[in-house]
Design a protein around this ligand. Structure first.
Ligand code: PLP
Length: 374
């Protein structure tokens, strides 16, 4: 039995985080003006090879800001996957627009291009592909469908910083890419988010809307209804230090992935997300336990808890949420998101996780499955 509880996620601050935060505090620039905001935005834009990066207070509002800047409004339809974190579809509803839920692929767990096509109507304005658990969406198909139908593409990269599709970083395929820096993400700023784009107009609109809609040259004059979605200089100080370590952080996550994968290589009942040979980033190592019922999956999670291991269920399908039970949102069936959600479990994944802990987690999982499926 493991003495120490193993958390599902844990941030690590191994670089200049403390130094930069202290510097920000001592400079007196603690709100949303300060050198770290510019430096963090520049480092992020440079990493992605894009013209603009616009920092926000969290990833949810990064999505809302992107949709608002793209002009998504009352009555517009936006296609979103049924299997995602709730913020993806909620951000559409914040615009009074209609999130149209579509099923995901059985193998990669991401939005299905075929299901997307079926749900395009004359009201469809945008699509939000989500790179679930850091695994890139089939962007070629999705962007082709979007371009033919003149749809805006907003990539939800909250879980996928550093992932690549066809050698290009995720977030750079769509019109806007949105990221999250919550405490469990690839890099963290406590709470935080970012929008990236190469589009001059969208970037300008996002900067204006982020700052209450204030005119960029006339102070306290508001041409638009905007928001306060700004990031603080202290958050950005942490973010810049984290960006400096990004390659190492990703390499460590790759190692964790490979170690888990080896542990489960002789267990045919454990199914991983298919990456289609793309560069996935192992945000949280998540698997399906084939054939388990929801009760059995929950029992496995309880058994893991008794062994001091923190786990998470895969996201519940959005169409099951009480406030999404409406024919405006639910237009199809969702066999894939339902089965992945029912059988899915996320295991501890963070930089400080040791190999022997991964072996202990994997052994405990296999023993728990056996115990709960007798
Ligand atoms: C897919 C996805 N989208 C959006 C978000 C929202 O980000 P935040 O928690 O920073 O608001 C998250 C965060 O967990 C996420 O996983």
């Amino acid at each position: 039995m493991n003495e120490k509880k193993i958390n599902i996620a844990q941030p690590s601050f191994l670089g200049n985080e403390k130094k930069y935060v202290l510097d920000a505090l001592e400079s007196g620039w603690i709100s949303s003006i300060g050198k770290y905001i510019e430096s963090f935005e520049k480092a992020f834009a440079d990493y992605h090879g894009v013209k603009y990066a616009i920092a926000t207070h969290n990833g949810t509002i990064a999505l809302h800001l992107a949709l608002a800047a793209a002009g998504i409004k009352n009555g517009d339809e936006v296609i979103v996957p049924d299997l995602t974190f709730i913020a993806t579809s909620n951000s559409v509803r914040y615009c009074n627009a209609i999130p149209v839920l579509v099923d995901v692929e059985q193998d990669d767990w991401n939005i299905s291009p075929d299901e997307m096509i079926k749900n395009v109507t004359t009201k469809t304005r945008a699509v939000i592909p989500v790179h679930l658990y850091g695994n890139p969406v089939r962007l070629k198909e999705i962007t082709e469908i979007a371009h033919t139908r003149k749809l805006i593409v907003i990539e939800d990269c909250a879980e996928a910083l550093g992932a690549k599709y066809s050698g290009m970083k995720t977030g750079t395929f769509g019109d806007i890419g949105c990221f999250s820096f919550f405490g469990n993400k690839i890099i963290t700023t406590g709470e935080g988010g970012m929008c990236i784009t190469n589009n001059d107009e969208l970037a300008e609109r996002m900067r204006i809307l982020r700052d209450h809609g204030m005119n960029r040259t006339k102070k306290y004059w508001y041409d638009h209804l905007g928001f306060n979605y700004r990031m603080t200089n202290m958050q950005a100080a942490v973010g810049l230090a984290q960006m400096e370590q990004l390659n190492d952080l990703l390499a460590r996550r790759d190692h964790i992935y490979q170690t888990y994968q080896n542990c489960f290589s002789n267990s045919p009942g454990i199914v991983l997300q298919s990456t289609h040979g793309q560069r996935s980033v192992n945000w949280i190592f998540t698997i399906r336990m084939k054939g388990l019922t929801l009760t059995q999956r929950d029992a496995v999670m309880d058994a893991m808890k008794k062994r001091q291991i923190d786990t998470r269920p895969v996201f519940y399908p959005i169409h099951e949420m009480p406030f999404y039970q409406h024919s405006d949102f639910i237009r199809g069936t969702y066999p894939n998101s339902s089965v992945i959600s029912r059988e899915g479990i996320s295991l501890p994944t963070y930089i400080g996780l040791q190999d022997e802990e991964i072996h202990y987690i994997a052994d405990s999982l296999l023993a728990s499955i056996q115990q709960c499926t007798l």
